[in-house]
Ligand binder design. Structure first.
Ligand code: SF4
Length: 406
């Protein structure tokens, strides 16, 4: 595990463990009317396919709660009911067999009602997320803290924790979401210092991509790198499938979940590029994504630096003079005409996923490495060595006053 994780209590949302060292899970929320059972289930399936471990649906009407009852046996992932204002709808969602509840302490404020929901949830064996949101914070707390500051968000969450503790309810996870990234980070840090309950991370109302993605990554990744966070949600103004994909990808890029999908890397291009890198990379990325292979693939604009810089990639393509060089773990295995290079990359990706790197290296075209080396030297002689390695060796020798032994 790349980051030391904060120790939290463990709970279960359906068959997904949250906290206590369980893998960080990805959540998203449907945008359909929950009463539309088939439409909502179709979206839940799409979200699960994109990497969501848990899906939240709104439970804002009796019909929505009835919809939950119908979809629970058919859902591929646990469902969380999102309840605001009407505690009776929380009771209805439990009756519907939901896997967990999310309550907003800013709008379900009656202590007796909260405790009643917790007691029924305890009997049903389901957890509750205390979902504090800076935009809907309790007015009394806003007044006493002078605004939605981290201390106010944490106070709201801990007040709700006390109500639940008083009825011996401890299957709790907590979120203190803010739309301001810096305040969101501070709120969660403060909360992590205050409680051992698992935390659900998110930047609320992050907006559409790319801004929403950047805000979410900034807030969530900062906390995850500090070991804080047990489950995450990107709140994007976009198709929720994008939220699930982004959440899953973030965890994989941070090494917190195993790679299940393509990790596509590409150089940013520069004056050395022998092809239009943006065009080639976009086409390759789009076609590779459709294959859903759990490998890392690189597209690099030149053979001078590409294979070396992307030597850690499972598979790569670097552009030479009218040709594409395919390489596996930095070793050139095939050189193909430029017009065929993206097709060849896709073929090699499929074979690599099926047969593994060793078999594909063993099947390499024996002439490819020499051809690639020749072409690389030719380009260096035309363009110069980007890393100025010969020049630098000479400079090092001059400074050290030593003989160059190589
Ligand atoms: S791989 Fe080549 S084209 Fe791409 S950024 Fe590096 S030097 Fe430039």
């Amino acid at each position: 595990m790349p980051f030391e994780r904060r120790v939290t209590r463990k709970l279960r949302v359906g068959d997904i463990e949250v906290g206590g060292g369980a893998p960080v899970s990805v959540q998203s929320m449907t945008t359909t009317k929950t009463a539309d059972v088939d439409g909502t289930l179709a979206q839940i399936y799409a979200l699960a396919g994109a990497g969501a471990d848990i899906v939240r649906v709104t439970c804002n009407t009796v019909e929505a709660a009835q919809g939950i009852a119908e979809m629970m046996p058919r859902s591929p992932v646990p469902i969380v009911a999102d309840v605001h204002f009407q505690y009776r709808l929380a009771l209805a969602a439990i009756e519907a067999g939901v896997s967990a509840l999310r309550l907003n302490p800013g709008n379900i404020r009656n202590e007796r009602h909260i405790k009643e929901v917790a007691s029924v949830a305890k009997a049903a064996g389901i957890p509750i997320r205390i979902g504090v949101n800076a935009g809907s914070l309790d007015k009394d707390l806003l007044d006493s803290y002078g605004g939605p500051v981290p201390e106010a968000l944490v106070a709201s969450a801990m007040q709700e924790v006390r109500y639940l503790d008083e009825v011996d309810f401890h299957d709790i996870k907590i979120s203190v979401k803010h739309s301001n990234v810096a305040l969101m980070v501070e709120s969660y840090r403060l909360l992590a210092d205050t409680t051992e309950y698992p935390l659900h991370l998110g930047v609320t109302e992050a907006g559409p991509p790319p801004g929403g993605l950047i805000k979410s990554v900034a807030g969530i990744a900062t906390l995850l790198s500090e070991g804080i966070g047990d489950t995450i949600r990107f709140s994007l103004t976009a198709d929720p499938v994008e939220e699930a994909k982004a959440g899953r990808a973030l965890l994989e890029y941070l090494g917190l979940r195993e790679r299940s999908t393509l990790d596509f890397i590409a150089c940013p291009s520069c004056g050395r590029a022998e092809v239009d890198v943006i065009k080639v990379a976009s086409e390759a990325n789009e076609r590779l994504e459709a294959l859903k292979l759990p490998i890392q693939v690189a597209v690099m604009g030149c053979v001078v630096n590409g294979p070396g810089e992307a030597r850690e990639a499972d598979l790569g393509l670097a552009a030479g003079r009218g040709r594409g060089h395919l390489f596996i773990k930095g070793e050139v295995v095939r050189v193909v005409p430029e017009a065929e290079m993206v097709d060849a990359l896709l073929d090699e990706a499929r074979l690599l996923a099926e047969q593994g790197a060793e078999a594909r290296l063993a099947a390499a075209d024996v002439t490819a490495a020499d051809l690639a080396a020749e072409e690389r030297l030719e380009l260096i002689s035309i363009q110069g060595d980007a890393n100025r390695s010969q020049e630098r060796r000479q400079a090092v020798k001059d400074v050290a006053g030593a003989e160059d032994s190589v």
